[in-house]
Design a protein around this ligand. Structure first.
Ligand SMILES: [Zn+2]
Length: 82
């Protein structure tokens, strides 16, 4: 029994791994090609993740700094001058 099935890149239907023509949309498929993404896609995904992480870190850092600044100002406003 075949457990590993790949998906047609055109109609996203599951097709036989050795099929050369999709039985659902009748388009030609690359025979015996693994559907795992190419390495550069992983690299791109990794870079995108890094960029997103950096953006989030900067955003959170900015928010924290801003909150601290607001708290400082509030304390200064509440406390009377000595
Ligand atoms: Zn198809």
């Amino acid at each position: 029994m075949l457990t590993h099935r790949r998906r047609c890149p055109f109609c996203r239907e599951k097709v036989h791994p050795e099929a050369v023509v999709c039985p659902h949309c009748q388009r030609e498929l690359d025979p015996l090609k693994e559907t795992s993404p190419s390495p550069w896609l992983w690299i791109l995904t990794g870079l995108a993740g890094l960029g997103l992480g950096a953006a989030l870190a900067i955003g959170f850092g900015f928010l924290r700094e801003r909150r601290r600044w607001l708290e400082d100002r509030t304390i200064r406003l509440v406390r009377p001058k000595e």
